[in-house]
Design a protein around this ligand. Structure first.
Ligand code: ZN
Ligand code: ZN
Length: 344
């Protein structure tokens, strides 16, 4: 039985760990997931090549990735500047920014887990370009790249894609992580995320995948059962400065994590995946270490992690699974995607 509080050094908050049930580390359970046959091209998909979108624009016959401005942006360069004056002490301002969509592949029925290493590397290059392009603009203070995957996180279109919100403000989690990293650096002269990597490698039990240039681990302080961080080993505040070799290593570790996720229950694994990179507001972020975070909402195939009293009501996570056990489950998964090994 584990019953303790663990400090989340990046978010600067406690995670309550109450893993009372002694689940065996690896039960081998899978669900018979009746996967509906998804076609490689869907005539009614607004992301497939050659189809038209709500804006009336027609997608080009793209063959790799495709980036376009979101037709339903939540932030925009053309946000109305004249706003109604708020009452009393309230404040408001225009929601300025740029929202984009990145299609990973022209193929409607693929997922990130099924892209080749080369295709994954190519996608990382697109993210590099987008960060540099959007982040260099005066009115953009942060670039958030994220993918929502699966119907349980509200995505009904399986076409593989992510979104980019380039905003005039810095998202809260990034702000907290940046502040924590700066304080740690000022105090110790070390990069906080390097200390996290060191602790994970010393323990070793929660390292999911690793090569020369990149590492993936299920952190000691995980809030979700299958939460995994993927990062380059060298500190880079953003993707743009990664070398080709580091990019390749990052893509390789990322792919291994994604394949293990899908293999866990032999189904496309749902998640929210934000890419955490340093703000672009001109601040000093040399201590910020870029990383991808996976926040999978499922604890079991049909069982969601419900956010309730502690999380929504109080703001701290209560986890009832053991990070060591969940990491062991992922580590035990093969590195070949089940769809590929099943088809042999
Ligand atoms: Zn499509
Ligand atoms: Zn983060």
């Amino acid at each position: 039985m584990t019953w303790e509080e663990r400090w989340h050094p990046l978010r600067q908050e406690w995670v309550i760990l109450a893993a009372h049930r002694q689940d065996r580390p690896w039960s081998g359970e899978t669900i018979k997931h009746a996967e509906a046959e998804v076609p490689a091209f869907a005539p009614d998909c607004y992301l497939c090549p050659g189809n038209s979108r709500v804006s009336g624009q027609v997608n080009p016959p793209y063959t790799q990735t495709f980036v376009f401005d979101n037709d339903h942006p939540c932030v925009s360069e053309s946000a109305p500047v004249a706003l109604a004056a708020p009452p009393g002490i309230y404040r408001s301002r225009p929601a300025r920014g740029i929202a984009r969509v990145v299609c990973y592949s022209p193929q409607h029925n693929l997922t990130l887990a099924e892209l080749s290493i080369e295709e994954t590397e190519n996608l990382l290059r697109v993210w590099q370009e987008q960060y540099s392009d959007l982040g260099s603009r005066d009115d953009i203070n942060h670039v958030l790249v994220f993918e929502n995957k699966g119907e349980v996180v509200g995505v009904s279109n399986p076409h593989p894609h992510c979104q980019i919100y380039a905003t005039n403000f810095v998202f809260k989690f990034i702000e907290t992580e940046a502040r924590a990293s700066q304080a740690h650096f000022a105090e110790t002269g070390r990069v906080l995320f390097q200390d996290i990597i060191r602790a994970e490698r010393e323990d070793g039990r929660r390292v999911i995948a690793e090569n020369d240039g990149a590492i993936a681990f299920l952190p000691y302080f995980a809030r979700y059962a299958y939460e995994v961080f993927v990062a380059p080993k060298q500190t880079h505040p953003n993707l743009a400065t990664l070398s080709e070799v580091e990019l390749h290593d990052f893509a390789e570790v990322l792919q291994r994590v994604l394949i293990k996720f899908d293999n866990r229950w032999q189904m496309p694994f749902p998640y929210v995946m934000p890419l955490h990179q340093a703000p672009t507001d001109g601040g000093d972020y040399q201590s910020f270490h870029l990383h991808l975070e996976f926040h999978p909402p499922l604890r079991k195939p049909n069982l969601l992690k419900y956010l309730a009293g502690p999380e929504i009501g109080g703001g701290n996570f209560l986890s009832d699974t053991s990070p060591d056990e969940k990491a062991a489950e992922l580590r035990a998964q093969p590195d070949v995607h089940y769809k590929r090994s099943n088809s042999k």
